[in-house]
Write a protein that binds this ligand. Structure first.
Ligand SMILES: [Zn+2]
Length: 146
């Protein structure tokens, strides 16, 4: 075995060790509103506005394309919480209409506002972990010295 071959093997191993992006951890960090790369910097600089770069580690976050996935998942989850509760209340207590008319829109609004940024963060974290939409290009450019 020649020396240069060993060195190139070590270099490949080193970059492979440095590059893994665990999906579950990235999704959890995004759900918590943290940068998927470091887990410390804030992912959002406004309610739903993703920062261009992580304020802590500088990771580029502008590559995300969450699009309409966060509202899709928010509607699905909130609907599966609110509708069964609505049906249960109606069947169990038969409350007056004003109870339904005030309770469910308020609960839907609160749950939606709670879930929407968390699900958007989770999706951005997942896209980052999968190196989608240019999330992998910076690291690959550094790896290959471009
Ligand atoms: Zn970061």
């Amino acid at each position: 075995m020649s020396m240069p071959m060993d060195m190139s093997d070590a270099r490949i191993y080193e970059t492979a060790e440095a590059s893994p992006r665990p999906a579950f951890q990235s999704i959890l960090r995004g759900f918590g509103g943290a940068c998927p790369a470091c887990g410390r910097g804030r992912l959002f600089h406004k309610f739903l506005k993703v920062s261009d770069n992580c304020p802590d580690c500088g990771e580029a976050l502008h590559h995300h394309q969450a699009d309409d996935a966060p509202p899709y998942f928010t509607i699905m989850i909130v609907g599966h919480i609110v509708v069964p509760m609505m049906l249960w209340l109606e069947l169990a207590y038969l409350p007056p209409l004003w109870v339904h008319a005030t309770l469910w829109p308020a609960l839907t609004l609160v749950l939606s506002l709670w879930f929407l940024p968390r699900l958007k963060g989770a999706i951005v974290g997942w896209q980052w972990a999968l190196r989608m939409h240019g999330f992998g290009s910076d690291a690959e450019e550094k790896m290959h010295g471009v």
